[in-house]
Design a binder for this molecule. Structure first.
Ligand code: FAD
Length: 294
């Protein structure tokens, strides 16, 4: 973990573009609530194959205007022509956006062609070729490895390709086993990867949804967490309290070992992310108190 300790921690929250006016209203309340914590940036996802291209941009603009906080649009390349990607980059650039999260994306069902760029490293290379150093580029990292990766070694090499292509930093897929992250960082260090790799944190609010997401993205839910969540059944308050507790401890552990910040997958809800945040501020105050008392 040594290489990560030199970076100033960055804190961020991720949203997806709302589909309805009601959802947009709710997102506005969420972003305004979370803006109070003065995060380094917000980010907004991008539907692979272009399903939310316009809405990603509009959401980013809305957040920037209403909160005054930097918002980074995600961009994915699967199913796109390079001319389309160039258009998107030009729109972002003209709007003064300087931060983006560059991804391959997943092939939506029914889409016939992969597009011209097959992997995220090619997208990073393309962004650098077209826009030089204009963008701060984040890429995705997988401490428990990407589900399609042929092996952990290959996945790490593929991660390195994105950094070598010019990515500035990375955000991980969510995980609940901190050792997976610590080992991943150690492997990155051995490969000479030297950028901040910020842990992605998924607050636990709904067991069924968490199982579905984790199946799709390859994140492991430790057995002890799953068993307890299943036992809570429909008791949403018990799930919420347990989830906040488990995730707060995970965040404390990661930050305590030198993780360079946290990126929260909010699912457009502020409550759990806010509760974890407050706990972390409290725990920071507690440890400062101990130091000054000792
Ligand atoms: P890549 O880095 O291209 O990797 C994909 C797979 O291909 C891996 O198995 C890798 O080992 C392999 N690979 C990579 N490069 C090569 C190569 N050159 N040759 C051979 N194999 C290679 N999805 C969205 O649709 N929209 C979003 O907004 C979005 N935001 C995300 C944000 C974060 C922080 C994370 C962690 C994920 C996000 N995703 C998003 C999901 C992401 O698109 C998927 O996980 C997708 O399956 C992989 O994207 P990637 O950029 O990691 O792909």
């Amino acid at each position: 973990m040594e290489s990560q300790k030199k970076y100033e921690p960055k804190f961020s929250f991720e949203f997806f573009p709302p589909r309805t006016p009601e959802a947009a209203g709710k997102l506005q309340m969420t972003t305004e609530s979370l803006a109070k914590y003065n995060p380094d940036f917000f980010s907004v996802t991008f539907g692979a194959g272009g399903s939310t291209r316009q809405r990603t941009f509009e959401t980013v603009q809305d957040i920037r205007e209403k909160t005054g906080i930097e918002a980074a649009p995600h961009i994915s390349c699967i199913g796109y022509l390079t001319s389309d990607i160039k258009d998107v980059l030009n729109i972002y650039k003209a709007a003064g956006i300087k931060h983006t999260v560059a991804l391959r994306g997943d092939m939506p069902s029914g889409l016939a062609s992969y597009g011209e760029l097959r992997y995220a490293n090619e997208l990073v290379e393309f962004i650098r070729k077209e826009t030089g150093d204009h963008f701060h580029i984040e890429v995705a990292a997988y401490p428990e490895f990407h589900p399609q990766a042929p092996s952990p070694k290959k996945d790490l090499e593929n991660f390195k390709r994105k950094i070598d292509a010019g990515a500035n930093s990375a955000i991980t897929q969510y995980f609940y086993n901190p050792d997976a992250y610590f080992r991943f960082i150690d492997s990155c260090e051995r490969l000479g990867i030297d950028v901040p790799i910020v842990p992605g944190i998924m607050p636990i609010v709904n067991c069924t949804q968490l199982v579905r997401f984790s199946d799709a993205c390859g994140a492991e839910i430790p057995r002890w967490i799953l068993k307890r969540l299943q036992e809570f059944g429909d008791d949403r308050k018990a799930i919420r309290d347990f989830g906040i507790d488990v995730t707060t401890q995970l965040c404390e552990n990661l930050l305590g070992h030198g993780a360079p910040g946290l990126h929260m997958y909010t699912m457009n809800q502020s409550e759990a992310s806010e509760a974890i945040w407050k706990n972390l501020i409290l725990s920071k105050r507690r440890s400062e108190k101990k130091v000054s008392a000792g």
